[in-house]
Design a protein around this ligand. Structure first.
Ligand code: PBG
Ligand code: ZN
Length: 328
């Protein structure tokens, strides 16, 4: 490069000048291997109903799960994350740890029909409690951390017994990873990994999910257990604590508004880092694309690429099926 004080205008543009060069120097590639696709399993029969705030995503009854998994497997997506809508909810979330609960049935059906597809289960109480909180509610309205841990461990063990390949605790109770690890080990599931929702924020971006899972809290909010969106350092305390307790994969959630947190999690651990591109992130793209305000496919791929670039190895995303098609 001439050192004559003249700005070398082609210094960086040279490598952008053809599709071949851009491909050669591309730093970040999103691939179908990175994706996990969330599914909502509902009690009942012959149900495949689109979820209004999440176009392209469906409530599925167990008898309609197989056809969905056929499609997911054919697209090359490695795994699914299951959420359950039980027939009955109660104060202690009994369906969550019932051997014939909605998720236990779904896991058995998924592993029977698609043994090679990874089945991950969300381990929390909010989909199963009538009050919608992620733990046991005491008389004064506060959440009993340790009583909840016991139920979460039971839930994880019952998922593992049904055949779950991984369990993903999302309640944000302190000590949930240690509780699950000792529960799983005690029941003989020494090889069932834990994907920890480590840094999970109290986010308005979960709005569409709470409609889909019918899990909005009846009173109050989740701020006494989910994190304050402004807190970055605290996320690293959570990540380190979950690793110390035995997490195998650490997750940051949501993803797009928390890319700095994903990057920091990546920096402090060599464990796999997962990011959850949540329902509200998906709904925003779909709504704008539906109005033809932006190009939905390009925006979705840009978002997924940014999550990867920030440091995520695994992306849980409602875009997984369509993105797999765009990438094929
Ligand atoms: C359950 C759970 C939630 C999500 C994943 N697991 C909802 C919540 O905490 O309120 C949100 C996922 C999404 O918005 O896509 N604790
Ligand atoms: Zn919950």
């Amino acid at each position: 490069m001439p050192d004559n004080g003249i700005p070398p205008f082609a210094r960086y543009r040279r490598l952008r000048s053809s599709a071949g060069l851009r491909r050669l120097v591309g730093e970040t590639r999103v691939g179908v291997d990175d994706f996990i696709y969330p599914l909502f399993i509902t009690a009942g029969e012959n149900i495949r109903a689109e979820i209004p705030p999440m176009p392209g995503c469906y409530h599925l009854s167990v008898d309609r799960l197989g056809e969905e998994l056929d499609e997911i497997e054919a697209l090359g997506i490695p795994g699914v994350l299951l959420f359950g809508l039980p027939a009955e909810k109660d104060a202690v979330g009994s369906d969550a740890y019932a051997d014939n609960g909605i998720i236990q049935q779904a896991v058995r059906e998924a592993k029977r029909s698609h043994p090679d597809l990874l089945v991950i289960t969300d381990v929390c109480l909010c989909e199963y409690t009538d009050h919608g909180h992620c733990g046991i509610v005491l008389e004064d309205g506060t959440i009993d951390n340790d009583a909840t841990l016991e139920l979460l461990a039971r839930e994880a063990v019952s998922h593992a017994r049904a055949g779950a390949d991984l369990v993903a605790p999302s309640s944000m109770m302190d000590g949930q990873i240690a509780a699950l690890r000792s529960g799983l080990d005690g029941a003989g599931f020494l090889n069932t990994p834990i994907m920890a929702y480590a840094a999970k924020y109290s986010s308005a971006l979960f709005g569409p999910f709470r409609v889909a899972a019918d899990s909005a809290p009846e009173f109050g909010d989740r701020r006494s257990y989910q994190m304050d969106p402004g807190n970055g350092r605290e996320a690293l305390l959570e990540v380190r604590s979950d690793i110390d307790q035995g997490a195998d994969i650490v997750m940051v959630k949501p993803a797009l508004a928390y890319l700095d947190v994903i990057r920091e999690a990546r920096r402090i651990t060599d464990l796999p880092v997962a990011a959850y591109n949540v329902s509200g992130e998906y709904a925003m793209v779909k709504a704008a694309a539906g109005n033809e305000w932006l190009d939905g496919a390009r925006v979705a791929m840009e978002v997924l690429g940014s999550i990867k670039r920030a440091g995520a190895d695994i992306i849980i995303t409602y875009h997984a099926k369509e993105a797999a098609r765009w990438l094929a």
